[in-house]
Structures are given as structure tokens and as C-alpha cells.
Design a binder for this molecule. Structure first.
Ligand SMILES: Nc1nc2c(ncn2[C@@H]2O[C@H](COP(=O)(O)OP(=O)(O)OP(=O)(O)O)[C@@H](O)[C@H]2O)c(=O)[nH]1
Ligand SMILES: [K+]
Ligand SMILES: [Mg+2]
Length: 367
């Protein structure tokens, strides 16, 4: 009986051998679905499997958390100390950091938790080193800094992305726009609102077959790939997380080399050791976290700009705002008066479900 990892390797090599064409589409679709199921098996902790963040997870504080992922000795801990003032041991030998080291940065009035993590190596997602525990922690963060050494950034970038991808993390990506509805009968009905250039009905049917789904409505609203379809079926084990590439150690390269680095999307060249360009890194962090600062205005008084209530974009209603201040406020809530970008009229009266924008000003009227 071969292990899950061996089965994965077998399927991967069969896929590599199989040319993609009309005749093999069904078979390839089936293989991809098989692969996704095996990978899920690998990631689901069974007993002492250690697939979760066991031993590596820490208490979460602040409104959002940022995890550091990178090869050993790229300068993650040096960056941690630089950003937060929280000392994390840094040294010239690999695997200096052995567990999660939490710290905090206050930015635009928001408390943001920073998690320095041990280095990972190629094969981490398959259980090499303690990579799986490390990536499991990153999977629960709101943002990942992929820290790269500028001396070999592109090769490392590919490897790290591959590790995260293999663990169900989708970076700088939205969930595929596919509406999937399982049904009791009626067969597989596929509709699409755009021309599909990467996938055909045979492949879709092969995937459904592999997942033993005989009836479903599948509405595809983007030029999806087989992998996108599988991501939708495996939605529970997928995390869509923004990434910033921190290209560290720019003090060790020339200006010409630095120019090239600026062409990498979502990348910020820095020197942790010298504190160079850390402001730009923090700005990128803020932008990617997509947080919303909401200022409270007591009735008849000026807004309090010193201490915003900071909300995440997926939980930014008036109700979330109330809950962030105190659990009982919602019970006495009558209405809210809002100034800012989330409303048409300045001010406007709104209810609990209204979604707030960054820098809105809110007065809560109680019953
Ligand atoms: N030249 C240069 N060296 C740096 C910079 N940042 C870190 N280093 C050096 O790189 C080495 C590794 O730094 P660490 O911060 O321990 O790296 P790490 O990624 O946390 O390493 P692990 O915890 O072992 O995975 C140390 O010798 C640092 O002094 C930088 O911006 N420039
Ligand atoms: K190190
Ligand atoms: Mg470290």
C-alpha cells in the first residue's frame, strides 16, 4: 500500500507524461481531481499527524495578523525586530527561529499582529522539516509577507509560492467566479457567461465524476481552468490571502539590480538591517489589509480622531462597529448617523446592516 505522498508523486508524473489534447482532456481532468483529493487528505490532520498549527499557533491580538514566510536566513527575524521592536533572535545560521514569535505594530491607529515564523525549505508542504506547521499558521493570517533574499529572489519566489499553493493557499487572488449548486437529480448542467478557453465540458464532467457528483448546476462566470473548478469544490480547504514580497538585503546589491527588482508586482525592496524602505513596506501592508478606520462622534461633539475603531473589510457594518466598541451597544441601538464615503448624503441615517468605508464618522443614537 503506497503512502499518500507516493500516490501524489505517481499522479504528478503521469500528468507530466500525458499530452493535453481533446482525447486526453477527460483523463487529465480526472487526474487533477484525484490529485486535489489526495492533497486534501495530506493536509487534514489525523491524530498525531501534525497537519494543523499545533504548537506553532499563538494567541491572536489586534485587528489583523501578518505572517512571515521565507527560506532560512533571508532576514525574517531581523525584519520582525525592525518593525515591532519585539526582539526575535537573528543570526547567520539557518533555522535560528524555531517557533512562532509574535509582535505588534501600531499603524494608522490599528493594532496589527506580526508573526515571525521559522524558515521553510522546498518540500515543506509534504512534511519536510516543520514546514507544514509553519505554513498552517500562515494560512490563518490576513496577509503574508514572503521574505526573499535579493541575491536570488526569483527562483526562491517560485519555490515558496509552490509550497503555499500546495497547502491550499491562493495568493493575491479572488475565489473563482463559479457558482456551484449540487442537486439530487437532473444531471450536470453547465452554463457560462464568458467564452471558456481553458476548460471544456469533458474535463468538467471528469472532475464531477471523480467527486461522485451526478447532478449539479455549474454556472461559470470567468475564463476558468480545471484548477479553478477544483478550488470551488474544495472551497473549505482553500484560503485566499494577499501577499507582499519583501525583497530583503538591498544593501548588498547595486542600483542597477535594484531597478530590476522594482518590476516584480507586489514587491517592496528593503534592507531590514539598515531600516531602508520600511515605510513603503508598511504602506503596502496597510493597502493589502484593506482595513477601515471609523471615527466615533459623540452627539453634539467633534469626532474623536485619536482612536479609530478599526474594522476588516469583510466585517465592517454598523453592527460590527457597535460590537467592536461594546457587546451591549447593539441592544440599545436605534440608528446611526454617518458622514463619509459610504453614504450619499452627508450625513445620512442608517441601520445596523450598513457597510462603512475607511475614515467614516459615526454617531450611534440609542433608544
Ligand atoms: N546584508 C544584510 N543582511 C541581513 C539583512 N537582514 C538580515 N540580514 C542577515 O541575515 C542573517 C539572517 O537573518 P535572520 O533575521 O536570522 O534571518 P531569518 O530569516 O529569521 O532566519 P531563520 O530564522 O533562520 O529562518 C543574519 O546574519 C542577519 O544579520 C539585510 O537587510 N542586509
Ligand atoms: K537565521
Ligand atoms: Mg528567524
Amino acid at each position: 500500500m503506497s503512502t499518500t505522498i507516493e500516490k501524489i508523486k505517481e499522479i504528478e508524473s503521469e500528468m507530466a507524461r500525458t499530452q493535453k489534447n481533446k482525447a486526453t482532456a477527460f483523463h487529465l481532468g480526472q487526474l487533477k481531481a484525484k490529485l486535489a483529493k489526495l492533497k486534501r487528505e495530506l493536509l487534514t490532520p489525523t491524530g498525531g499527524g501534525g497537519g494543523g498549527g499545533a504548537g506553532f499557533d499563538v494567541a491572536r491580538t489586534g485587528v489583523a495578523s501578518v505572517g512571515f514566510i521565507g527560506f532560512p536566513s533571508v532576514g525574517k527575524s531581523t525584519l520582525m525586530s525592525r518593525l515591532t521592536g519585539q526582539h526575535s533572535e537573528a543570526a547567520a545560521y539557518e533555522f535560528t527561529t524555531l517557533t512562532t514569535v509574535p509582535g505588534q505594530v501600531l499603524y494608522n491607529g490599528a493594532k496589527i499582529q506580526i508573526l515571525d515564523l521559522p524558515g521553510i525549505i522546498e518540500g515543506a508542504k509534504d512534511g519536510k522539516g516543520r514546514g507544514r506547521q509553519v505554513i498552517a499558521v500562515a494560512k490563518t493570517c490576513h496577509l503574508i509577507f514572503i521574505v526573499l533574499d535579493v541575491n536570488k529572489p526569483l527562483v526562491d519566489k517560485k519555490v515558496i509560492e509552490n509550497e503555499l499553493e500546495g497547502f491550499g493557499i491562493r495568493i493575491n487572488k479572488q475565489p473563482p467566479n463559479i457558482i456551484f449548486k449540487k442537486k439530487d437529480k437532473g444531471g450536470i448542467a453547465i452554463t457560462s457567461t464568458v467564452p471558456l478557453t481553458h476548460i471544456d465540458n469533458d474535463e468538467i464532467k471528469a472532475v464531477m465524476n471523480e467527486y461522485r457528483i451526478s447532478s449539479a448546476d455549474i454556472s461559470i462566470r470567468c475564463d476558468a481552468t480545471v484548477d479553478d473548478l477544483i478550488d470551488v469544490l474544495e472551497a473549505r480547504s482553500r484560503s485566499y490571502i494577499p501577499v507582499v514580497y519583501a525583497l530583503n538585503k538591498i544593501d548588498a546589491i547595486s542600483i542597477e539590480e535594484l531597478d530590476l527588482l522594482y518590476r516584480i508586482p507586489n514587491a517592496v525592496p528593503i534592507s531590514s538591517e539598515h531600516g531602508w524602505n520600511i515605510d513603503e513596506l508598511l504602506e503596502s501592508m496597510w493597502e493589502k489589509l484593506n482595513l477601515r478606520r471609523v471615527y466615533t462622534k459623540p452627539k453634539g461633539k467633534a469626532p474623536d480622531y485619536t482612536a479609530p475603531v478599526v474594522l476588516r473589510a469583510n466585517a465592517c457594518t454598523i453592527e460590527d462597529f457597535c460590537n467592536a466598541i461594546h457587546r451591549t451597544i447593539k441592544d440599545q441601538f436605534k440608528q446611526a448617523i454617518v458622514y463619509g464615503r459610504s453614504v450619499k448624503h452627508q450625513p445620512q441615517r442608517v441601520g445596523l446592516t450598513h457597510e462603512l468605508a475607511d475614515e467614516d464618522i459615526v454617531t450611534i443614537i440609542k433608544r
